[in-house]
Design a binder for this molecule. Structure first.
Ligand code: 6GU
Length: 258
């Protein structure tokens, strides 16, 4: 079971997300358990404060060690050998999230996602209570709540059976992970004069697979050549670098679906 807890000052942001079909059904199937916790429940002052102005000056506010550290420790235990699971702080300063990171996290121990707001959190929280820092990309958001939802959705869809189609995850490790997906089509066969390539309607499964591979490669080369450099040619033979003309993979006698 995928076990995730979230620590946030905006727990209500998660309600519609966790009730939505996708994440909701994973929880109903008991494939996932996601708990959301309001950081203010660990405050002890009258104003339930979670932040203060930064030492040395500067704009904005910084989240204080109190109540963050007691909250993290009550949900995940103390940092070190007695900790239950891993504590992940969401921040643009973190390790970039990737499909590989998601696959690794999906197989690992329970996860506590710590969402920051304001300009950040006191460094001592990271030193004393956080195990790792994760970023969802090179841009800045106001808080870790949306990144936490990104991570949760990326993890939940890896659970077997939750997508409804157990094969799709496997297909994806070929495209989607190392390569971009190519074009996809559904009915009608002709829309505003644009026709679905005949090979996809031919019933020739080997030809269809080859068509998808070629287009995944062509699109990746055009849009994300960095992915091909990184993959080192895995999945594609050098003869596949050429590409075929539209419809040339349809053989005489192939059944064409309309
Ligand atoms: Cl994880 N947090 C925030 N606040 N901004 C981000 C991010 C995370 N990843 C990219 N931008």
């Amino acid at each position: 079971m995928l076990e995730i807890d979230v620590l946030t000052i905006f727990p209500d942001l998660f309600t519609p997300f966790l009730e939505a079909a996708f994440v909701g059904s994973a929880q109903e199937q008991e494939a996932a358990r996601i708990g959301v916790h309001d950081l203010r429940e660990w405050t002890e002052d009258r104003h339930r404060s979670v932040d203060d102005s930064p030492y040395g000056g500067g704009p904005g506010m910084v989240m204080t060690p109190e109540p963050l550290i007691p909250a993290i420790e009550s949900l995940a235990g103390p940092k070190g050998p007695d900790r239950v699971g891993r504590v992940v702080y969401l921040t643009p300063q973190g390790e970039p999230l990737s499909q590989g990171k998601l696959l690794e996290m999906a197989q690992g121990p329970p996860i506590l996602l710590v969402c920051g707001r304001y300009e950040g959190i006191d460094q001592r929280v990271l030193d004393l209570a956080v195990d790792e820092e994760v970023s969802i990309g090179d841009y800045v958001l106001s808080g870790g709540e949306i990144p936490a939802m990104v991570l949760i959705e990326g993890l939940v869809r890896l659970l077997p059976g939750v997508l409804g189609n157990p094969e799709s995850i496997e297909t994806e490790s070929f495209r989607g992970g190392d390569f971009l997906e190519g074009p996809q089509y559904t009915r009608p066969p002709i829309y505003r004069g644009l026709e679905v390539p005949l090979v996809l309607r031919s019933g020739n499964h080997a030809a269809i697979e080859e068509w998808h591979r070629e287009h995944a490669l062509a699109r990746t080369r055009a849009r994300r050549p960095d992915l091909l450099d990184r993959a080192g040619g895995s999945g594609f033979s050098s003869s596949e670098i050429g590409g075929s003309k539209p419809n040339e993979k349809v053989r005489p006698g192939d059944r064409v679906e309309n």
